[in-house]
Design a binder for this molecule. Structure first.
Ligand code: FES
Length: 61
């Protein structure tokens, strides 16, 4: 599923970046060599990052 339609960034891409230590939406755009355009994806992307980080922390406990 695409989380950012403007830049073609998928939810799984965001989760993968969270697993490599990326914590911010700006990191996601930077890693994809793009920037926010319409900005509608930012809150969803933050939620995906937050959930993935939380899942990783729970798995590590
Ligand atoms: S949907 Fe991500 S910048 Fe527009």
């Amino acid at each position: 599923m695409y989380v950012c339609n403007c830049n073609g960034i998928r939810e799984r891409d965001v989760r993968a970046l969270a697993q490599t230590g990326k914590r911010h939406v700006a990191d996601v755009f930077r890693c994809h060599g793009c920037t926010a355009k319409c900005g509608r994806c930012i809150s969803d992307m933050q939620m995906v990052l937050k959930n993935e980080i939380k899942s990783s922390q729970l798995a590590a406990e």
